[in-house]
Design a protein around this ligand. Structure first.
Ligand code: RTP
Ligand code: MG
Length: 137
């Protein structure tokens, strides 16, 4: 099943010069293709749309401040079961719980600064891709 997912390399990944390392892991997966890619600083409106499901939670405000603290790399990745696949490469949200070999397990520090976002379902992917890449057909 060919899918599309939204991947964000968060400001910590950009600051720590880990973009190449993380993109390399995605590219090494046979059959996946990066079909759009952009470095951009996210505004409040975009972040509110993207993380709307977390509004009101205690971590929401610091999360949005962190996500606006520097540029992110936004990209579209396409391929076979790529939604589940990139989540697998990323590892669990909390880097302490993430196994070595996963992106968050290898490089994550605290739960907020966990390097990468990847859509968590087909429904989320469609919603998030519209926010970040509205021109996509
Ligand atoms: P993401 O949406 O960024 O791909 O991460 P996720 O699905 O693994 O985690 P989610 O529950 O959607 O949380 C979104 C992001 O919020 C930050 N977070 N901080 N307790 C905390 O301080 C806390 N919990 C979550 C993380 O940056 C997480 O990726
Ligand atoms: Mg999430």
């Amino acid at each position: 099943m060919t899918q599309r997912t939204l991947v964000l390399l968060k400001p910590d990944a950009v600051r720590r010069h880990l973009i190449g390392e993380i993109i390399g892991r995605i590219e090494r997966k046979a059959g996946w293709t990066i079909s759009a890619l952009e470095l951009r600083t996210l505004d409040q409106d975009t972040l509110e749309q993207h993380y709307g499901e977390h509004k009101g939670k205690p971590f929401y405000e610091p999360l949005v401040a962190f996500m606006a603290s520097g540029p992110v790399v936004a990209m579209v990745v396409e391929g076979e079961r790529v939604i589940e696949g990139v989540r697998q490469l990323a590892g669990p949200t909390d880097p302490i719980a993430a196994a070595p070999g996963s992106i968050r397990g290898d490089y994550g520090t605290i739960v907020r600064e966990n390097l990468i976002h990847a859509s968590d379902s087909e429904e989320s992917a469609i919603r998030e891709l519209k926010i970040f890449f509205p021109g996509l057909s």
